[in-house]
Design a protein around this ligand. Structure first.
Ligand code: ZN
Length: 296
């Protein structure tokens, strides 16, 4: 009986512990190992081993990113010629490095914010539909095949931004379907990324813009503000797309994802107005309240 209790308490503790930390799953090294080992096997054996070793253990991930078992197996068959390139790439950037960066950055973000980061990150070789992005609210994906993922520094540059989003998922319970929600969320993530790195990177880099794109924003601030004033409470998908998508632009002079810039400006002004530690409010207050108290 005593043994049973200790096993039970271990289980409970294990579950509790798992929910309170960042969990990095390195699928990429499994892909490399299996594809290399079985590359000369016949198609029936390959189908079984790809299904058992690559698809099934990460079913939820693949269904969200590439598709069902057949699609995942087909994709791996079609991309066998990439193994060599992937192996070379994994010498510069790989799942092991990223896992340890995630642990390090989540610890440092806890020191900075007081909050734990909870969430699962998958590192894989895939169709490069994203360099680094969310699978809904369920997990994050880092696709090493993407041309942007060339070094661990490049991934690390954006980790405080992404970790800020993950912290917000548990700390901020407000439901807001207007344009303000992504504006404040992205602006705050950019602002936190800058706070974390201090002077190491430029504001343009934190925003994912080029220097001239940022300059264009500054020169057209009044236009951007007019657009924001007109649309800040909009729930229109196309409007929200202009604010958050890199591909959709307000006009050809300006970069996409203009909401990142607007949101950054709002947070900057909020902190100026409400005191140097007031950024912590964004973790718990509604986007509307942050906006209204910013004076933007
Ligand atoms: Zn973001």
């Amino acid at each position: 009986m005593k043994k049973l209790i200790s096993i039970l308490s271990l289980l409970v503790f294990g579950v509790f512990f798992a929910q309170n930390k960042i969990n990095a799953v390195d699928v990429s090294s499994v892909q490399l190992r299996i594809m290399q080992k079985y590359r000369n096997s016949d198609s029936i054996q390959k189908k079984k081993i790809y299904s058992d070793s690559i698809y099934s253990p990460y079913q939820k991930l693949w269904n969200g990113y590439l598709g069902n078992s057949d699609k995942v197996i087909k994709w791996h068959n079609e991309n066998e010629s990439q193994i060599k390139a992937w192996q070379q790439k994994s010498e510069k950037i790989n799942g092991k490095q990223i896992s340890s960066s995630l642990q390090k950055f989540s610890k440092e973000m806890k020191k900075l914010t007081g909050y734990d980061t909870k969430g699962t990150w998958y590192i894989l070789f895939g169709p490069a539909w994203t360099d680094l992005g969310g699978l809904g609210k369920y997990a994050m994906v880092i696709d090493l095949s993407h041309e942007n993922n060339t070094s661990i520094e490049k991934v690390e540059l954006i980790l405080p931004h992404e970790i800020t989003h993950q912290i917000m998922m548990t700390t901020n319970k407000h439901i807001d379907k207007t344009a303000l929600e992504p504006i404040i969320g992205e602006g705050f993530a950019v602002w936190m990324n800058q706070k974390y790195w201090k002077k190491k990177y430029s504001l343009a880099q934190h925003l994912g813009y080029t220097d001239s794109e940022l300059k264009a924003c500054e020169q057209n601030l009044q236009n951007i503000k007019d657009f924001f004033e007109k649309n800040k409470f909009s729930e229109d998908k196309d409007i929200i797309d202009i604010l958050r998508s890199r591909e959709t632009k307000l006009n050809e002079k300006l970069p996409g994802a203009i909401g990142y810039y607007i949101g950054y400006k709002i947070i900057e002004q909020y902190v100026l107005k409400n005191g140097k530690d007031s950024w912590k409010d964004v973790f718990t207050k509604s986007p509307r309240e942050i906006y209204e108290k910013s004076g933007f």
